[in-house]
Design a protein around this ligand. Sequence first.
Ligand SMILES: *Cc1c(COP(=O)(O)O)cnc(C)c1O
Length: 370
Amino acid sequence: MSTAVTHPFLHLAPLTAARFASIEDRVARLLRTEQDVVIMQGEALLPLEGAIRGTAGPGTTALNVITGPYGQTFGDWLRDCGATVIDLPVPFHTAVTAGRIREAFAEHPEIDFVSLVHAEAATGNTNPVAEIGEVVRERGALFYLDAVASVGAEPVLPDAWGVDLCVIGAQKAMGGPAGVSAVSVSARAWARMAANPRAPRRSYLSLLDWKERWVDGGRKALLHAPAQLEMLALEACLERIEAVGLDAVMARHASAAAATRAGAVALGGGLQPYVDEAADAAPVATTLRAPSGVDASELVTRALESDPGAPLAAGGGALAKEMIRVNHYGPDATPGAVRASLSALGAALAARGLTVDVEGALWAAEDARR
Ligand SMILES: *Cc1c(COP(=O)(O)O)cnc(C)c1O
């Protein structure tokens, strides 16, 4: 093979600062935000950690809402920064309410930072960010939101909701790459970072570096060579969402979630939606509770043997025994992926000797998705 043969991944012109800035502008439009958007050159954990380390310190009192594994991680980072952390754990089969947030402020008026995960792909719940944002704004605290699993599946509106740090990734509902991610940063959040002596500077975790050397410089010179392939993939995925329309992409996810939930109930065999109330269930992914006495990860393994293409996974960590995840996001937010998931789960349950109605499940799914 000749080395002169071109390859689409290998013979790329350098990504210019102007192109990079235009991709940031597209993300800003997707989020309907006037705030600065910084695209970080790593998976979403990079801006998630960078935003906490940039804004939190020993003077911070943080209310950390835990509706899944990410909330636990944020609490660890906050404590590591020296912040006083008030954890608000919420059972994973529910969502937090604005009332719970209001109570936390009443009990601890010194709270000046709130961290929240919008939707949790890992637990399948979604939280009412608009209502919570009202409470946070009333109290003047800084509002940090992980919208990685919600963006593209349901509205994410940092400006309308008063979110100061809104982190997104493209690898879930946007159907894009995992290697770059973005954060919108309010003027208040920039001011908090600038005043924080512990905020990372001259560091890969530093948002302030991007503020001072990229944003304030009129976005003329990049800090380092960007992750070019990932940036182009992000641009392509944003273009596709713009072409189809964000509303249509979100509707596909809502429809897949409704169909999966209804189908799982109709399937029987003891399978149950994991999240009690449909209103608290995330459109990005549907979690199910395995029938009692059935190990969820074994069930998923068996289901994937019958259809390796079904977007199924067992819950992570301690949830692996009881939780099944139907990851109907991005290219899998389709009636076909939902049908494949229900059929594969039906086959696995039947193989365990449980009585299921696959036909009825597929009908129920079809009925619910419209
Ligand atoms: C998926 C997800 C992330 C990113 O994590 P990956 O496992 O690397 O995809 C961050 N936060 C939330 C809430 C997520 O669901």
